[in-house]
Design a binder for this molecule. Structure first.
Ligand SMILES: *Cc1c(COP(=O)(O)O)cnc(C)c1O
Length: 426
């Protein structure tokens, strides 16, 4: 097979079929959802100070199960992880104009959650090894206005939490973990997301486990947990009757996750270990199969860490290969490889940041009097993230296919064939 002509030039395609779609939902979730629907109680929340302020039975059960799984004191469900991030930034007591250091190599909500409280995202660069925040760049971006660090555990691997927490301690900052893509990833014996002041996970359809939409916040801090619950559920009307006297950011939302989703979540959580193990097994076989290919850097798993492979990240050394990334990807796609992503996010380059137009048309919040300095978003502030995006990074969306043994084998063959014929692409 690998001796044959590239499909790009009319040769036979290595992968002649679409891989079976990853689907973690089964009869258990159907039964759990049916039970809730039949009960007629699809959400039991009340947005007032009452026993039902904390949600109904499935919300409670899912939260207790999550606390036990992640080994945290508090798990708080929300209707999306975007909502969870907004609640987290509010709960840490952010003030308008405060700066929060965040990775540009992430889903946009990691940074917009900061803007939602009229605080200012400051983008630090990432490490090319893990694609997570580079602690040295975090340190270099600290100003007297910095209040927190939003560490993102991207693609399934934890950020360098030891170094990040050390910096946070030194400067008196809070740390939030966006572990949307890394549920069950281990970092020094603990779960990603549980090392920060507040962390959490997405339960969106595209993630390892899902409830359609949803999220879980985790924290060991009783005070932060209560603030998160208040922001989730109409804080402003609850604080008085509840006797909650700290009014900072007690502007509530409806971030509540319903009973059906939580019932599904309970079943999904039971499957998480197995689902993650299947991703890991596939990724390890891909790594074995591709290890010998020149100019291709495969995922790195740091000491005392595990990778849960939401994405299988790779970098190309195009100078060494003498072929552009776009040409290589074109050849792989022609071989039938689906789910390849060229580059990832450089959030700081989005039009909203480039033009500083968020709330209204006049540059708020950046233009407001409470901002004490001008934060810069020009290209060049995150050279590693920019180079990876523009030139060398490719990701394989390993979480979109079931990745049986035969599928892994086909994927590996496609890569090997392209590499064997690299000369033809020059
Ligand atoms: C998916 C994702 C989010 C947002 O989660 P939703 O549940 O879709 O709102 C935030 N951050 C990262 C890194 C994500 O991958």
């Amino acid at each position: 097979m690998i001796e044959e002509k590239l499909a790009l030039f009319g040769g036979p395609k290595t992968i002649g079929r679409t891989f079976k779609k990853y689907n973690p939902i089964g009869p258990e979730e159907v039964a759990a959802a049916k039970e809730v629907v039949e009960s007629g109680v699809l959400s039991q929340y009340l947005g007032v100070w009452h026993a039902d302020f904390y949600g109904g039975p499935k919300v409670q059960e899912f939260e207790r199960a999550s606390e036990s799984y992640f080994n945290v004191k508090h798990a708080i469900t929300v209707n999306s992880w975007t909502s969870g991030l907004v609640a987290a930034i509010g709960a840490i007591g952010i003030e308008p104009g405060d700066e929060v250091i965040v990775s540009p190599w992430t889903m946009s909500a990691s940074a917009t959650a900061i803007l939602h409280w009229n605080a200012i995202p400051v983008f630090a660069d990432i490490e090319s090894r893990t694609f997570c925040l580079d602690p040295d760049s975090v340190r270099a971006n600290i100003t007297p206005y910095t209040k927190a660090i939003m560490a993102v555990d991207i693609f399934g691997h934890s950020a360098n939490m030891e170094a990040i927490c050390e910096i946070a301690q030194e400067f008196g900052l809070k740390v939030i973990s966006d572990s949307a893509q890394s549920p069950s990833a281990k970092y020094h014996g603990r779960y990603a997301g549980t090392i920060a002041d507040i962390g959490g996970f997405s339960l969106n359809y595209h993630k390892h486990i899902h409830t359609g939409e949803g999220g879980i916040l985790v924290t060991d801090d009783d005070v932060l947990a209560e603030k998160l619950r208040l922001i989730r559920n109409h804080a402003e009307v609850v604080v008085g009757p509840k006797g909650h006297t700290d009014l900072v950011n007690m502007i509530g939302h409806n971030f509540r996750l319903g009973e059906i989703e939580c019932a599904i979540g309970i079943e999904q959580l039971k499957k998480l270990d197995r689902l993650v193990a299947s991703r890991q097994k596939a990724a390890e076989r891909i790594t074995e199969g591709l290890r010998a290919l020149e100019g291709l850097t495969l995922p790195i798993v740091e000491e005392e860490c595990t990778h849960v492979y939401y994405v299988y990240p790779m970098t190309l050394n195009c100078d060494q290969l003498g072929v552009s990334r776009e040409r290589i990807v074109e050849a792989l796609i022609a071989e039938g490889v689906e789910g390849l992503l060229i580059g990832y996010q450089n959030i700081h380059l989005l039009p909203m940041y480039q033009n500083k137009i968020a709330y209204g048309s006049k540059g708020f919040p950046w233009s407001a009097g409470f901002c004490q300095r001008e934060v810069v978003y020009t290209k060049g502030i995150c050279p590693v993230a920019e180079q990876l995006h523009d030139e060398s990074y490719i990701g394989y969306a390993i979480c979109v296919a079931e990745m049986e043994e035969s599928e892994v084998e086909l994927l590996v063959q496609a890569f090997r064939k392209v590499w064997k014929n690299m000369g033809e692409l020059q």
